[in-house]
Ligand binder design. Structure first.
Ligand code: ADP
Length: 195
């Protein structure tokens, strides 16, 4: 299957995408992880992305579009994949359509993890307080990431809903509860209403 995880920063996309990928044996492609790795390795892409990420802003589309196109073109993407953190604006939606068109396929589902703002900020700053946070997990940058999400990414929810792909999941629950709902959303035979 070809799945996109959508949701605000702190909604648990990374955690759930990783669990789903492990369960199903699909590729997990996180643009955030790839960009952070590029920064650690001090590559050209990393140097380009770093300032945007530190400010909580989107890295330019051409950079992330190229990362996704290259990764999905590899053999291990064949059995199924999960995109986590991409697409993040309407231009990236178009780029993904081109990539999918070139590969002769379509998206199967867009899983939207819904969580309230206060809970998101609490989670991210809590994570930072425990020493597990990232460089962009400070309060001002978190607020900017949320603002950027509202302005650029949230419109994708309605767009994918109109396309009949959106599956809304309540993300304000425990990790196992959310992951059970995620499994049901991708595969009704796993104990969902269609079982
Ligand atoms: P979160 O969803 O919690 O903000 P991510 O790891 O998905 O965490 O993203 C962290 C940062 O990486 C973003 O704030 C942005 O700067 C950059 N980034 C990740 N994915 C994209 C993308 N698709 N387009 C532009 N920038 C991106």
């Amino acid at each position: 299957m070809r799945i996109v995880f959508l949701g605000p920063p702190g909604a648990g996309k990374g955690t759930q995408a990783k669990l789903l990928a492990e369960t199903k044996g699909w590729l997990h492609l996180s643009t955030g992880d790839i960009l952070r790795d590029a920064i650690t390795r001090d590559t050209e892409t990393g140097r380009l992305a770093q300032g945007f990420m530190e400010r909580g802003q989107l890295v330019p589309d051409d950079v992330v579009d190229r990362i996704v196109a290259e990764r999905l073109d590899r053999d291990d993407a064949g059995s199924g994949w999960i995109l986590d953190g991409y697409p993040r604006n309407l231009s990236q939606v178009s780029a993904l359509e081109k990539i999918l068109g070139a590969a002769g396929g379509n998206l199967d589902a867009v899983l939207f993890l819904a969580v309230e703002d206060e809970e998101l900020v609490r989670r991210i700053l809590g994570r930072a307080g425990q020493g597990g946070g990232r460089a962009d997990d400070t309060e001002n940058v978190v607020r900017e990431r949320l603002r950027v999400y509202r302005e650029h990414t949230e419109p994708l929810v309605a767009q994918y809903d109109e396309a009949g792909l959106l599956r809304r999941i309540d993300g304000a629950r425990s990790i196992p509860d959310v992951s059970e709902a995620v499994l049901r959303a991708v595969d009704p035979a796993d104990g969902g209403p269609g079982a």
